[in-house]
Design a protein around this ligand. Structure first.
Ligand code: 26Y
Length: 821
């Protein structure tokens, strides 16, 4: 039982200092005099972790005792960002820790900077999972995040000669103080081999899976404390290890090196995160990764079910499992296998349980991002699951034939197996059939799902479909990253906004308060100065904090159209060059984001941006009216500096392509106005903040379809627009590439001939919109007013609101107050 002055739980400054020095000596083996920065960080992290353990333990004890309905969020990615600052915030001890450290002569901010963030995700989908588990804990909902403990997260990006260069992300190099390994809960996962049919002792027909190999899954747990509540949930990530039994045979044959080699092979499973988003590669190892973590997680839930004294047949009452896209959708077949083959539950009963357990979130409409596995590859890795999927499919298609009598083309479209050419397993179909709820991540996206991608499923089961607009956590994305704004807001309306972001609307009346507006502006300026110094440090480029900070940070992708911005910047430059004294609002264009290493077009887009920047930044004629900066290695950490400093948020995807976007929400909360298309959650942001607080441009999704139907010819748009023509010629001629006219040809030729993302169709409207932005920024007061209103009306975009909706409408999960021991 914790004593109030216990050195591992007390929050008093003296006790924090003592605990810190204890860890320095007993965990790191150092004294203050010789400690490295990492030693100091590790000691502080352990001090903070200790203070979470009590509530962590009480939380799982309460959930077990109450047999509380638990949300299991299955995700191949969790992009958590640094833990230390967030955990201090949740505990409410940031201030005391800062003082404790400074009394020891240490600077908390410097220690915070030591943490290597776990980059266990690509972008939006992974970060959404992180925001969601933060909200689940804060709302005191019993929840476990299940995922993969990649040894190497998303690659570290540097920019060399304007090109992206990838480096490995050895984030575990100096140890991870936030995880606890639980070898006692390791599970076994089978892979490959074949199946056999047999009759068991009681005369029952059964199937045995004889695997080619078995891998052990070991859980690593991290605490997820809710904000200022007693709930601390768990993020449980699985690491693959070789099983001992597995090597034994090889050892006995005397093939020691062969045995060790197989060990290495097993451990490859969780070595590295695949750095592709929105474009599948169909690699066997990826399927193994997915199956591995899903099987580990389901076995773990079945263990918990047993531990709670509950029968497997009420599994669906204990757990609501959310599939974060199709990456964990093999779970549908795996739960069936576990129930049927291992727990001897009859098929119909097992199917009932499975369907009541799972729900599926779709995050994309892009065809190249839809997971499908070649049948033969699938059979090689998961022979038993293929049989189960065939059986699910046979029964499902029987049901579909009743719905769509005689419509065999529709039946073929619905099938879990694509048989139009080489045969594939369609993972989205498996997820749809095996779930009781299917949702898109913003209203437009959900509508398009029903209309296009999943229209046949919608026709069959309209009630399964819902829309759940994404959200982001106001803890990390405002309280932690923008403390200046947080302080001002708290002074005016109290600190209730941290747990209830809808209350941010209470600052709306201050939009017309001159003193408040002046402070608001001063805060933005201070945040811009901070970002400017980061930019200088990372790129050597000096930017003017009084220029407008116009920001586009997100994965680099053709559909997100960073090259549309590049065209516009080149056009501005062209204007400045041809009219020497052109009166334009000074701007700093800030870009950041990673390109998938094999996505050549995206890498060329980075080169285009940096090449244009290079010319502009060094041209004395520009007189610093335009600067272009590409921040290397955009990450959660970098994001925390960027969003608070932004004034204009670029959300310029082609309408119908960006499922939701979540960066758009982070910008809006931090007072940056949006220039954007009618896409994803932009539409809802505009609805909330008002059309006069939003810079709208471009085709709507309907117009995009219409234009495509009537035959889109990009050249038509080029001929109409003299400036665009000149800019394209400038790039094509090699003006930005030291005369190398071939360099950007792949991008430019594609724009002129195909332009699948319709940049040329939207260019005019985009450039005109930027002129309106330029004018609006000159009226400082009006701009500030818009900025305040924008934040004040962003209440909807908290992940707490999103999680509340998931709990009510899909999971049927409730808050369970933790009982303290
Ligand atoms: C299958 C593999 C190649 C793959 C890996 C990662 C496919 C997709 C992804 C990641 C997708 C992703 O991040 N999607 C984004 O999800 C966000 C959260 O819902 C949305 O806001 C955003 O619009 C969407 O692009």
């Amino acid at each position: 039982v914790a004593h109030p002055e216990h050195d591992r739980s007390s929050l008093s400054r003296e006790s924090l200092k003592r605990a810190f020095l204890d860890h320095l000596l007993y965990t790191q083996g150092k004294s203050l005099e010789i400690a490295s920065k990492n030693d100091l960080y590790q000691s502080l992290a352990h001090t903070v972790r200790d203070r979470l353990v009590r509530s962590w333990f009480d939380t799982s004890a309460t959930h077990q005792k109450r047999n509380a309905r638990t949300v299991a969020y299955l995700s191949a990615e969790f992009l958590m960002g640094p833990y230390l600052g967030n955990n201090l915030l949740s505990l409410g001890i940031s201030h005391e820790i800062r003082l404790a450290m400074s009394e020891l002569g240490l600077d908390l901010d410097e220690l915070l900077r030591q943490e290597e963030e776990p980059g266990l995700g690509n972008g939006g989908l992974g970060r959404l999972a992180a925001c969601f588990i933060d909200s689940l804990a804060t709302l005191e909902v019993p929840a476990i995040g299940y995922g993969i403990r990649y040894e190497y997260g998303i690659f570290y990006q540097t920019i060399m000669d304007g090109w992206q260069v990838e480096n490995t992300d050895a984030w575990l190099r100096y140890g991870n103080p936030w995880e606890i390994q639980h070898a006692e809960w390791a599970v076994q996962v089978k892979l490959g081999g074949h199946t056999e049919q047999y009759t068991d002792d009681s005369g029952r027909f059964r199937v045995r899976w004889v695997p080619e190999k078995t891998v052990a899954g070991v859980p690593f747990d991290s605490p997820i404390p809710g904000y200022r509540v007693d709930t601390t949930n768990t993020l449980r990530l699985w690491r693959a290890e070789a099983t001992e039994a597995f090597d034994f045979h090889t050892f006995n044959r005397g093939d020691y090196l062969g045995a060790v080699n197989k060990k290495v092979t097993s451990e490859n499973l969780t070595k590295v995160l695949y750095p592709n988003d929105e474009s599948v590669q169909g690699k066997e190892l990826r399927l193994e990764q997915q199956y591995f973590f899903v099987s580990c997680s389901l076995q773990d839930m079945l263990r918990l079910q047993q531990h709670r004294g509950q029968p497997v047949t009420s599994f669906h009452k204990s757990f609501a499992i959310q599939l974060n896209d199709t990456h964990p959708s093999i779970g549908v077949a795996e739960l069936m296998r576990l129930l049927i083959d291992e727990h001897l539950v009859p098929w119909d009963r097992a199917w009932d349980i499975t369907r009541q357990t799972f729900s599926y979130t779709n995050h994309t409409l892009l065809p190249e991002a839809l997971e499908r596995w070649p049948l033969e590859l699938f059979r090689r890795v998961l022979p038993r699951h293929l049989e189960i999927i065939f059986e699910i499919n046979a029964r499902f298609l029987n049901e579909a034939r009743i719905h769509f009598f005689g419509d065999e083309t529709r039946i073929a479209r619905l099938s879990l197996i694509d048989e139009s050419g080489e045969r594939y397993v369609r993972m989205a179909h498996l997820a749809c059939v095996g779930s009781h709820a299917i949702n898109g991540v913003a209203d437009l996206h959900s509508e398009l799902l029903k209309r296009d991608l999943l229209k046949d499923f919608y026709a069959m089961w309209p009630d399964k479909f819902t829309s759940m607009t994404n959200g982001v956590t106001p803890r990390r994305w405002v309280a932690l990253s923008n403390p200046r704004m947080g302080k001002l807001v708290t002074r005016c309306i109290g600190d209730g906004w941290i747990k209830d972001w809808s209350r941010i609307r209470e600052i709306e009346p201050y939009a017309d308060d001159a003193a408040f507006a002046a402070e608001w502006r001063a805060i933005k300026r201070a945040n811009k100065i901070d970002l400017a110094s980061l930019l200088l440090r990372k790129t050597g480029i000096k930017v003017d904090p009084d220029s407008m900070f116009d920001v586009q940070v997100k994965r680099i992708h053709e559909y997100k159209r960073q090259h549309l911005s590049a065209l516009h910047i080149a056009a501005l430059y062209h204007r400045v060059k041809s009219q020497r004294n052109l009166d334009i609002t000074p701007r700093t264009f800030i870009f950041g984001g990673k390109a998938a290493p094999g996505y050549m077009r995206a890498k060329l887009m980075i080169k285009l941006i940096t090449a244009i920047g290079d010319v502009i930044n060094h041209d004395p004629d520009v007189r610093d009216r335009i600067k272009v900066v590409f921040i290397p290695n955009f990450s959660v950490t970098v994001g925390q500096c960027v969003y608070p400093a932004a004034e204009l948020s670029e959300q310029i995807s082609l309408a119908g392509k960006e499922a939701s976007g979540t960066g758009n929400m982070k910008f809006a909360m931090n007072g940056a106005l949006t220039i954007g298309t009618m896409d994803g959650a932009n539409i809802e942001i505009r609805d909330e903040v008002g059309e006069d607080v939003f810079f709208l441009f471009g085709l709507t999704a309907e117009e995009v379809y219409a234009l495509r139907r009537e035959g889109y010819r990009p050249m038509d748009f080029l001929r109409r627009d003299g400036e665009l023509h000149a800019v394209i010629e400038l790039i094509r001629s090699g003006f930005f590439s030291r005369g190398d006219s071939a360099l950007f040809a792949p991008l430019i030729d594609d724009l002129l001939n195909h332009d699948p993302y319709m940049l040329l169709a939207d260019y005019d409207s985009y450039a005109a919109c930027h002129s309106r932005v330029d004018q609006a920024y000159r009226d400082t007061q009006a701009w500030t007013r818009m900025s305040i209103l924008n934040t004040a009306r962003s209440g909807k975009f908290s992940s707490d609101r999103a999680i509340g909706e998931y709990c009510d409408r899909i999971w049927k999960a409730r808050a369970v107050p933790v009982e303290k021991r």
